[in-house]
Design a protein around this ligand. Sequence first.
Ligand code: G6P
Length: 613
Amino acid sequence: MCGIVGYIGDRDSTPIILNGLKRLEYRGYDSAGVAVLDNGSIEIRRDAGKLSHLEALVNDTPLHGKIGIGHTRWATHGEPNIRNAHPHIGSTGEFVVVHNGIVENYLELREELVAEGTVFKSETDTETIVHLVEKFYASGSNLEEAVRQTLSHIRGAHGIVVMSSREPDKIVAARVGNAGGVVIGLGKGENFVASDLPAILEHTRKAIFLESHQMAVITKDDVRLMDIKGTPIAFTVQKIAWDPVAAEKGEYRHFMQKEIHEQVRSLTDTLAGRVDFDKGRVVLHELKLDVERAKKIKRIIITACGTAGHAGMVGKILLERIARIPTEVAIASEFRYADPLLDEDTVVLAISQSGETADTLAAMEEGRSKGAMLWSNVNAIGSQAMRIADGCISMQVGPEIGVASTKAFTAPLLDMYLLAVYLADLSGTISPEKRFELVSDLAGIPSLVGQCLDREPDVLRLAQKFKNMNHMLYLGRGINMPIAYEGALKLKEISYIHAEGYPAGEMKHGPIALIDRNMPVVALAPKDPWYDKMISQIEQAMARGGEVIAVATDGDTLIPDLTDNIFWVPETPWMLSPVITSIPLQLFAYHIASLLGLDVDQPRNLAKSVTVE
Ligand code: G6P
């Protein structure tokens, strides 16, 4: 996860920035850099690897200045080396930028800029930003306008901080979508900017959080906010309690809400360093796999508990459709006692946020004792499930604190997709054209998730309408059937409303008897290959007097004729649609529980990590 820190004031900015970056160190990084304005010119130090490498470099060749910006990076485009480390500087050496997010149209922009004579120094998407700012500045804009014009040219979700020797009294920051936050810290005669509050909390407790599509111009004595069209915006300064846990919660009421909103960033980080969009390839180094081993795999058994199990159900479909490897999903608490038939050509793949769930670990041991290959897809670094596996895909979501899992659900959905493409490539079961198509479909996912998050007010309205129900039925088919299970699980976990997930085609074999006005039906009906079938399920439920809440794709004209209760989601390639359809259901459960005044982050009787049987 990338981190950003900036400073403007009378103190030396370098130690402030380095300390701030250290606070974000737990997120991990693969390079770091700092740029300061020293006597009217920009000085930069960058290094690959840990922050300590950058600190050593700064010790050897110090840099001083009263305004500066710094960054820790997780690679998305280009290798994690010095050339690709942030900050990125333009051709004239007068503009410098740090950035979180992905410039989705960077290839086109790069081509245009190269045709105009721009020479690129890195392989990053970020470098396009600094060249655009420079170009617009050269054509007569001031720094603020140049950043604004740049934002109107780049696609995707971004957190951006820019500094220039041409206007050495300010830093310009912007946030579009949810590629991490942008928070401004207010001091006396000095101000700070960061991607995350902990980076600046030792200096100030007064903070302004930028919303999506907002920009800030920060000088040492003043902060101005405007939307990205330039209209000034009044802002409220939040006082942050000196409580590291509360500080971590930032602008959100609950960790669950924060974690739901972190998904643009966590999914960006999930792709980081693993997906090469230019070559249309996925590489999962941590699996320690080669062509020979990949070709040996005859069967995969995904084992997991709870939410992780639902991610596994989506994984099964992806692994079978893309890699053509027969895959089963086994609930870990059952698998461990099932005396399963395993051999060395079978992979037992455990999915677990904590990596410490007792049943999942026991299922892995069962796999080990019967000679299967053992893989894990785990979030908690260093956990047992990571250590005992032969290969691992680590989730890139950072700590998840809310007991009800959200960002550690969508990340394994992408991880399974990446795994399927990787295995298909290694074993030669996919054409290069198909591989390119599948890989390029990934690029838009973080920003599509961002679009779903922007629709939170619509979800809140439906949460208000349905919060007093006692039962709900969630229906889905095909790749969205597991999302019906997961949506129902989220609701029951935190709101204590009875909810059941069901394969929609099975409704007529039982649950249909329950349907009436007091049992709303949540129907997942995005434009996927099961869409037509879902429409008839919705009609059947309505014919029984049921009230339907549909998840539908933007532009759908049939569903609005059937129901007014719709969670609209943007159009998405069907194999990735579960990532998108999950978002409104997470928000729906969250808002219902929150409106009911329940303890969202620590629901009764549940635990984040179940280390007992
Ligand atoms: C507990 C949590 C669930 C989680 C499950 C599996 O029941 O409350 O949210 O899905 O454990 O946890 P894991 O850490 O293995 O993903």
